[in-house]
Design a binder for this molecule. Structure first.
Ligand SMILES: [Zn+2]
Length: 419
């Protein structure tokens, strides 16, 4: 059966590429949302395979596609997760789905229509051989990830619970074929406000200058928070510091990434203060983003933020919608090894376990103790005007997701009863 799936990947290569091209042509920019065109494209593919699915939406314009089926025997529950929505394209060319020089171009090609397509294909094809499988396979293709996920995966967890939680989750967010992502940092997003009476620039004895206070506050936060090392669990620290892991990290995310991945970072992203050069501002507002690795307690960081703000007589607010804890799965977990085996067979190179620098919906599973892993195409072009995947990496991602889901649901088959 496994060989038959491999043969089918070869036989239907052109069809799989056409499926992704159609998906890339279907508009699904978020903001503003409205991903129906792309959701219908997925639905048509699932219908053609006879695989069950339905739309579960909190918002009419943001359809989440959810489907589930049982194998021939009881076993474990695997969930495939991906998002349909993409960043807005730079221009209409972002919806071309153009095929050129062995590449497929379009907004979301990397983040993450190739990976979501892999999940959809795996779900549809495995439905065709479901009698061979044990347990349950669920597909969740959501329409709200790029703007925080309130109406996507988070909403599915709130409203469907066990139906989407499962025992393991596989996601095709961009990673690069040479690594599998098992953890990501959390974020703490802050708005800090410094106020003063303000006044004439020649009268500094009558008011403090909020811009000067902000400069001091930024320096203090930078000194305390930026590049603070996280006390990572030993297995995680080991996985992230092998020479192979460091080489992959720095090749994929730039020199220095291997250090950043294990440390907290502080980014003062927006600073607004003052109206005129010869005035003392009455207010300065700082928007800052602190990225917190697993191993550093968010509440302790927040207490330090409060301390620094108090010392500068500044107010702060946490932007809760964009603040959440880090998350991780076992860097030696079963599904991670299954993905490594299948990726090695597909590409000739064994991917290393790796941490993400950005966020993904896999955190919703990990927070509940369910192992979740990301394996997808190269992230390098995501969000750019020339966003693309190569045909070869797309087909490799499809193959790895299909066979990894198959292997996971085969292994969970109970032993044959004697006699
Ligand atoms: Zn994404």
């Amino acid at each position: 059966m496994r060989d038959a799936l491999l043969r089918r990947l070869d036989d239907e290569r052109e069809g799989l590429i056409a499926f992704l091209q159609g998906f890339l042509r279907a508009r699904s920019a978020n903001p503003p949302g409205d991903t129906w065109e792309a959701a219908r494209h997925i639905g048509a593919f699932l219908d053609a395979a006879g695989a069950p699915w339905r739309v579960a939406s909190a918002k009419d314009h943001l359809p989440n596609i959810v489907g589930s089926f049982d194998g021939g025997r009881p076993g474990r529950h695997l969930v495939l997760n991906g998002h349909i929505d993409v960043f807005p394209p730079l221009d209409e060319g972002g919806w071309s789905g153009e095929r050129r020089d062995g590449k497929l171009f379009g907004r979301g090609a990397a983040d993450m229509k190739a990976g979501t397509a892999a999940g959809v294909i795996a779900y549809a094809w495995l439905h065709g051989v479901r009698d061979e499988l044990a347990g349950r396979l669920t597909l969740t293709a959501v329409s709200d990830e790029q703007t925080g996920g309130r109406w996507g995966t988070r909403w599915l967890f709130e409203t469907m619970g066990d139906q989407v939680r499962g025992d393991c989750c596989l996601n095709g967010e961009p990673s690069g074929l040479n690594n599998v992502r098992f953890m990501e940092k959390g974020t703490l997003r802050l708005i800090i406000t410094i106020e003063a009476p303000g006044g004439h620039g020649g009268y500094p004895h009558l008011s403090r200058n909020p811009n000067k206070v902000a400069a001091s506050l930024i320096a203090e936060m930078d000194r305390r928070f930026h590049m603070r090392e996280a006390p990572l669990p030993e297995a995680v620290a080991r996985a992230l510091t092998t020479p192979e892991a460091v080489a992959v990290l720095e090749a994929g995310m730039g020199p220095g990434a291997a250090e950043v991945v294990r440390r907290m970072t502080f980014n003062p992203g927006v600073l607004r203060g003052g109206l005129k050069v010869n005035q003392i501002p009455h207010e300065c507002v700082l928007e800052a983003d602190i990225r917190i690795p697993v191993g550093i307690d968010r509440d302790a960081v927040l207490a330090e933020v409060a301390e620094v703000c108090a010392a500068h007589d500044a107010r702060f607010a946490v932007v809760e919608a964009h603040s959440y804890p880090g998350s991780m799965a076992d860097p030696d977990g079963e599904m991670l090894r299954i993905v490594q085996d299948n990726a090695e067979a597909a590409t000739g190179k064994r991917p290393v376990p790796m941490s993400s620098l950005g966020g993904s919906d896999s955190r919703y599973w990990r927070w509940e103790g369910v192992p979740a892993y990301l394996y997808g195409p190269s992230p390098v072009s995501m969000g750019r005007g020339d966003e693309h995947v190569t045909e070869e990496e797309y087909l490799a991602v499809v193959r790895v997701h299909l066979l990894s889901a198959y292997d996971y649901l085969r292994r969970s088959a109970p032993r044959q009863a004697p006699g």
